[in-house]
Write a protein that binds this ligand. Structure first.
Ligand SMILES: [Zn+2]
Length: 273
């Protein structure tokens, strides 16, 4: 899977975040404005920019930005490490989005994190694996992440919905410090607003064979990038720093878009941090 944000997307987001105009960024990069704009659109360049100076001008880490330009990708993950964990990628409205299903092998208790666009693949897996869907956790209520929620709830009415939305019914709202059990798995949460006011990260622990924790981060962070700071860029960046990058380094990060990554990989490679 390629990165959710290509090099140009990363640069454009960083400019928005740092309020750097195209002319300031282009000058730092030693590019013409038209060259910068084509780099931002396509992620590709014909003349190599001065990445270090560009990164300095737009608040990114230069070495890491250069690494992205050189084709860095997070390592392929072996999902068999986590019993049992599935990622589904569905398409709609001209984009793709990830959702995640986890369950306890013994009790068959299951939890879904976001729904994506396609209820059928989720429901088919629940049926085929003879799972009891007990919980649906929502990372934030942007339409792509909850598109199939109605259909899944209709098919699985016993599943409890959890979210950090102020608009959700009180019994659905994540309570501070709450830990939800899914068989032997334990789900806790950390508020990560910034991309969305109700943005929240769910941390799943208690895996067999001591497999690392899994964090479902919504659009707070992507491999090598981060979600648009709709609710405040500084807030978004600070929450990722405080609430996500402080998890143990082997923690698997599961973004709403693009490939899986880890805390260690993002600490070492994400130019926003
Ligand atoms: Zn979103």
């Amino acid at each position: 899977m390629s990165l959710e944000d290509h090099l140009g997307d990363i640069i454009r987001k960083a400019r928005a975040m740092s309020d750097a105009t195209a002319s300031v960024a282009a000058r730092a990069a030693q590019l013409r404005e038209t060259e910068l704009s084509s780099l931002e659109d396509s992620g590709r360049f014909s003349k190599r920019p001065d990445f270090i100076a560009l990164a300095n001008a737009i608040g990114l880490n230069g070495k890491k930005l250069e690494n992205i330009a050189n084709g860095w990708l997070p390592a392929e993950k072996d999902l068999n490490t986590w019993q049992s964990f599935r990622m589904f990628t569905s398409a709609g409205d001209g984009m793709t989005v990830n959702c995640f299903l986890v369950w306890d092998e013994t009790t068959r208790a299951a939890a879904l994190f976001d729904t994506g666009f396609d209820a059928s693949v989720v429901l088919a897996t629940i049926g085929k694996e003879r799972l009891q869907l007990q919980h649906i956790f929502i990372t934030h209520s942007h339409p792509d992440h909850v598109a199939a929620l109605g259909e899944i709830r209709e098919a699985q009415p016993q599943a409890e919905v959890h979210s950090s939305s102020k608009h959700a019914p009180a019994r659905q709202r994540n309570q501070p410090g709450a830990v939800v059990s899914v068989g032997g798995l334990r789900v806790s949460h950390r508020e990560t607003p910034g991309h969305a006011a109700d943005g929240v990260t769910y941390v799943i622990a208690g895996w067999p064979q001591n497999a690392p924790a899994v964090a479902i981060v919504g659009d707070a962070i992507f491999a090598a990038s981060m979600g648009r700071g709709n609710d405040g860029w500084d807030l978004a960046r600070n929450k990722v720093r405080e609430q996500i990058l402080t998890l143990p380094p082997p923690t698997l990060l599961c973004p709403g878009h693009g490939p899986l990554t880890t805390v260690a990989e993002e600490q070492g490679n994400n130019p926003f941090f």
